[in-house]
Design a binder for this molecule. Structure first.
Ligand SMILES: NC(=O)c1ccc[n+]([C@@H]2O[C@H](COP(=O)([O-])OP(=O)(O)OC[C@H]3O[C@@H](n4cnc5c(N)ncnc54)[C@H](OP(=O)(O)O)[C@@H]3O)[C@@H](O)[C@H]2O)c1
Length: 320
């Protein structure tokens, strides 16, 4: 099998760095991989040092700049994983124009179309926030009805990709949690945040009526690796839509309880409240837990339980 090219768009973010770290371990087996990633702010030196040889390119999806040099230096990728987004719902609500321009990958798909074939598999990260949040265990065929701009931009992205690219896997991911990245990201990570507030021995409020199916980051990486291998080994184009969640449906309160149980914190400090008791500057869907049976059947991957994911996250001290 010849050398394959994989490009992570948004490789400096939380998932992007975890992907690059794992993909860099593929060393000629079962295929030889050339790796590249894009960044918008800066290519972090810590990341470049940890995973050589990797090429990095400045790309701004909002204005569609930077793809030409990828064509010239790297060539057409066999696989593109699009992790680039304005991924914080409050930031999307503040600037809907930027959110739509960044999260709907028009310039990326336009660039791929220039190669005149569909030989690139596009793996695109969507979100559980495409669902309204009024029932448990959403299935892929359920109607999408997002309650905020972030969710709307992700629905628009899914529709754009389905209409304009013929070889894709869209992953509707729940909260991704796990160790910190090689070059630490500035946004707060969910388990580490819960751990830090509970360690301060003060009472903290957690929502008892907001449910998610959080997924351990290394399971997301495994899923993307499996899709990559499938495309590289059998070359059959795909049009896949998958819910990507963990094994358990948990409330924010149950997430805190799992961290407290692992650390041995005083559970009396965890105060159970309703999500409706707090104003957050952005609407947050109540229950967007997902049914992941299509994921399990299609790829044969069963994600770890939330309890095990918390242990795996904290036993490393929260770092990679
Ligand atoms: N993390 C989660 O819990 C979660 C849950 C569900 C879905 N998702 C989705 O999964 C994907 C990856 O999430 P993440 O947590 O890794 O996101 P992240 O840490 O916020 O990283 C976002 C990435 O997008 C890049 N980016 C931002 N604006 C850009 C622009 N205009 N042009 C080009 N690149 C731009 C950033 O580059 P710079 O850092 O260089 O600025 C960064 O590499 C996103 O689509 C997100 O919506 C994430």
């Amino acid at each position: 099998m010849g050398r394959k090219r994989l490009l992570v768009v948004g490789g400096t973010g939380y998932l992007g760095q975890h992907l690059l770290q794992e993909f860099s371990k593929i060393d000629g087996k079962p295929y030889d991989l050339a790796l590249a990633f894009t960044y918008r702010s800066n290519p972090p030196q810590l990341l470049l040092d940890a995973i050589p040889p990797v090429l990095s390119f400045h790309v701004d999806l909002q204005i569609g700049e930077g793809f030409d040099s990828i064509s010239k230096i790297f060539g057409q990728p066999d696989v593109v994983v699009n992790c680039a987004a304005i991924s914080i719902p409050r930031a999307c609500e503040k600037d809907p124009v930027a959110a739509m321009a960044t999260n709907v990958p028009c310039s990326l798909v336009k660039w791929l179309s220039c190669f005149g074939n569909s030989n690139t598999l596009l793996i695109h990260l969507s979100t559980d926030q495409v669902y309204e949040g009024e029932k448990s265990f959403y299935k892929e065929e359920d109607e999408t009805d997002p309650v905020n701009i972030y969710g709307m931009s992700k629905v628009a992205a899914e529709q754009f990709i389905s209409a304009n690219w013929s070889n894709f896997a869209i992953l509707r991911s729940s909260i991704i949690y796990g160790p910190q990245t090689i070059a630490p990201v500035s946004k707060s990570l969910p388990i580490q945040w819960i751990d830090s507030v509970l360690s301060q021995d003060d009472e903290v409020e957690f929502f008892n009526d907001e449910f998610r199916t959080p997924i351990y980051v290394k399971d997301v990486v495994k899923i993307i690796l499996a899709l990559t291998e499938r495309w590289i080994s059998d070359g059959k184009q795909m049009q896949l839509l998958l819910n990507v969640g963990g094994r358990d449906r948990v409330s924010r309160l149950q997430m805190a309880e799992a961290v407290a149980a692992y650390r041995g914190y005083n559970t009396l400090l965890i105060k159970s409240v309703s999500g409706s008791s707090v104003t957050r500057g952005v609407a947050s869907p109540a229950d967007i837990s997902m049914d992941i049976s299509r994921l399990v059947q299609t790829l044969g991957i069963t994600p770890v339980s939330f309890k095990d994911g918390v242990r795996l996250t904290l036993e490393t001290g929260g770092s990679s």
